[in-house]
Design a protein around this ligand. Structure first.
Ligand code: MTE
Ligand code: MO
Length: 354
């Protein structure tokens, strides 16, 4: 649409590789459109060629098989509506600050992915009895300066998660082929897990009977809770319960009267049960109204809204606190860790009423 010049742009955190986040106040409550989908890359974009349309599956399988795009399109399809949130989303708000992409609140998306369950492919290849993990490698690669070696972006999943019917090799996003920057032609989509697990531009899949030790799972995407050493570390996997206020804007000036406070809430375990709002910096709380996305529960975020009547002038701190069906609740303080993953402290903005 040549007249869509009013579209908001992504906010660039780094250009090469390209890391950009969504201006969260513009993100619609339903599926994230391509132009607002955050981009998170560890390496330059890979170049596309015809070999990309085949996925070899090997290792601890009975029948190693190369699946073509035609094979994949013919197999029973599976659609999942899911949030994909970067584990580093909101990293910028950790105190003390941590190194890494300084994401604010927009490294998150929600969309409709269609593809084939990984389990469907393993029905064809068979699995050896001692199969333990599924390694998925992407086509993008580059030098990791910290390790002084070239790596591809490669991750593994425990067999149980890989076999979940909603873990898919996707070939469509929002009813169209996946946009190139988001993994075309094939991308792994792992609902409920932070998005580092959802490997873009799949090159090959290998089943192993050991524990994968690639750097994107032994160096990165590990919580290191201590400042001085690596004691007590554990892997980043499922999303924490979280919420983000989309409206009003942080530091917005408002007039006295009625204002709609609204936003999104999501979790990697169960579903969102309540979102509480405070307009007095946490002294009192009230429930927001939650709208679950029209029957498509899946792994979507919930939108919520709260009608705020404000008659006094002054500065106000507005907070949102989500809770899920496992009774996980956003904490007042984030769980600090060296690499700044999984920030989910109570969301906060300030406004001035004049
Ligand atoms: N897959 C490949 N091949 N290369 C990558 O750098 N980044 C991961 C994941 N999959 C990555 C990848 C991370 S950390 C995130 S948050 C998501 O992709 C970002 O997906 P997006 O760029 O489609 O938003
Ligand atoms: Mo990420």
């Amino acid at each position: 649409d040549p007249f869509s010049f009013n579209n908001p742009y992504l906010i660039t955190r780094s250009l090469y590789p390209e890391n950009q986040e969504t201006p969260i106040h513009f993100i619609p409550s339903n599926h994230t459109p391509d132009h607002l989908f955050f981009r998170r890359n560890h390496f330059p974009y890979p170049t596309l060629n015809q070999s990309r349309f085949w996925i070899p599956i090997g290792g601890s399988v009975l029948n190693p098989t190369i699946f073509s795009n035609y094979d994949l399109l013919k197999l029973p399809s599976k659609t999942v509506n899911t949030v994909l949130e970067c584990a580093g989303n909101k990293r910028n708000f950790f105190e003390p600050n941590v190194f890494g992409e300084q994401w604010e609140k927009g490294a998150t998306s929600m969309g409709k992915w269609k593809g084939v369950s990984l389990g469907t492919l393993f029905e064809i290849t068979g699995l050896e009895k001692d199969a333990k993990e599924v390694i998925v490698e992407g086509y993008d690669y580059g030098n990791r300066t910290d390790l002084d070696q070239i790596y591809t972006y490669t991750r593994s999943l425990p067999l149980e998660k890989a076999l979940h019917p909603d873990t898919i090799i996707a070939y469509e996003y929002n009813d169209k082929p996946i946009p190139f920057k988001h993994g075309f032609p094939f991308r792994l989509v792992v609902p409920n897990w932070y998005a580092m697990a959802s490997v873009k531009w799949i090159k090959q899949i290998n089943i192993i009977n050991t524990t994968f030790e690639g750097p994107f799972q032994t160096v990165d995407y590990v919580y290191y809770p201590k400042k001085e050493n690596d004691e007590g570390s554990f892997l980043v996997t499922i999303n924490n319960v979280n919420s983000t206020i989309q409206q009003p804007l942080h530091m917005e000036k408002l007039e006295t009267g009625r204002h709609m406070i609204k936003g999104i809430a999501w979790t990697g375990k169960g579903e969102i049960t309540t979102v509480e709002i405070s307009t007095d910096g946490g002294e009192t709380w009230s429930n927001a109204a939650i709208a679950h996305t029209d029957g498509v529960h899946d792994y979507t975020w919930s939108t919520w809204s709260f009608d705020w009547m404000v008659s006094e002038k002054g500065e106000f701190t507005i907070l949102s606190r989500a809770r899920d069906s496992y009774d996980r609740v956003q904490p007042p303080n984030p769980f600090w860790n060296q690499k700044g993953y999984g920030y989910n402290a109570i969301d906060q903005i300030k406004v001035k009423v004049e």
